[in-house]
Design a binder for this molecule. Sequence first.
Ligand SMILES: Cc1cc2nc3c(=O)[nH]c(=O)nc-3n(C[C@H](O)[C@H](O)[C@H](O)COP(=O)(O)OP(=O)(O)OC[C@H]3O[C@@H](n4cnc5c(N)ncnc54)[C@H](O)[C@@H]3O)c2cc1C
Length: 417
Amino acid sequence: MKFDVVIIGGGLAGLTCGISLQRKGRRCAIVSAGQSALHFSSGYFDFLDRTADGKAVENPLDAVSALPEGHPYRKIGVEDLERYMGEVKPLFAGCGIELKGDWSRNCYRITPVGGVCPSWLCLGEFTPFTTAQAEVGRNVMVVNIPGYMDFNARFVAAGLEKRGAACRIVDVTVDELSGLRANPSEMRSSNIARLMDSGHVAVRFAEAVRMKLSGEDAVVLPAVFGLKDSSVPQKVAEIIGVRTEYVATMTPSVPGIRTQMRLRAAFERLGGTYILGDTVMPSEIRDGRVVCLSTVNFGNEKLYADAFVLAAGSFFSNGLAASRECVTEPVFGLDVHAADDRSKWGDMDFFKRQEYIGFGVKSDADFHAVKDGVSVSNLYVAGSVAGGYNPIAEGSGAGTAIMSAMSVAEHIISKIG
Ligand SMILES: Cc1cc2nc3c(=O)[nH]c(=O)nc-3n(C[C@H](O)[C@H](O)[C@H](O)COP(=O)(O)OP(=O)(O)OC[C@H]3O[C@@H](n4cnc5c(N)ncnc54)[C@H](O)[C@@H]3O)c2cc1C
């Protein structure tokens, strides 16, 4: 099979790259082994939350020049970054995904423990607070869904109370959820959301929340609404009738899964081929180029293309692999940024900066992958498989995925026409 571009990995980076290429008329295939990090997303997209010394960043573009030279943002450059940042909301809107927030400034978000931390843009049901003093309300009703363990109402209430709100936790449920409650492993956010998607259940739930109000000016709910129908969270808020804030739950992430599904649908609508549940096998680089890829399911049928993009994610998605001795990139055996000294990989203090999070594939200024010190002329790297930055320490996961994907798409178009 022959395509213009074959992309390995169908998460945020692979899909953003594929959509950008399809929109410019290139024929792409995405091969994706499984779920992406979006299934675990908070619903907020980070661009650059913190400086190297841990200070909250207000204007992300202003902080780019202080990043190390090999950082993806430094490769892209401030001018192109600014252009891409301005294109993100329309790009996602074209895929049926509402992103809120001002792309040129960071916002703040309420965390699952009721604290506040910086972020960039957020999915439609969330609020991009403009200050760190973000107030959900003075008297807040935090809703607990009995039997649902992946949202801790007590943590949320305790966090909000620390910041001056008076909180009351109430249990709210509806008969339709009792089937899920019979088995604790079924009481998951995605299953709840599936039931809530059939409108009358969400209406009954929202009415039950409203009945419990006792003078509160705000309600906090777990983000378990709108798996397919993104209008459900808004409808629920309207019925409740007071300010309603959604807070991210433990995984799976309902807003994240919806985003993944919509990006994929948009890619396919544009004519892209999305091959889910297949894995690209170790593949050869010959004379500085990739000629074709083999996958587990296609066997002897090879995937040919003019350009290839590695968007296979980090350790979490098997885009990188670690043994006791070394870190490797499993498909092409590419060069990897990683500390040789094993003791430098991580810190036993879980909350400190973990160096291994910054490990990743080496790439040149145009995001060509590097093997044995030489750039591979038609293989590009996008998203969290790339090295040179630490997305957790600096808070830049979604931003680097989207920006590098958009940049790679442009490099490919300028090269293959
Ligand atoms: C648990 C978790 C939660 C996160 N939450 C947030 C958040 O809330 N906000 C934020 O800004 N950032 C978050 N991040 C950072 C996140 O890495 C980026 O936001 C971004 O989603 C990464 O996208 P990606 O496409 O690079 O990789 P991924 O989403 O990891 O996708 C890589 C894909 O490649 C596939 N793949 C791997 N190897 C192969 C192969 N050989 N053949 C075929 N397919 C393959 C995988 O199955 C996977 O589907 C989170 C990261 C993790 C791990």
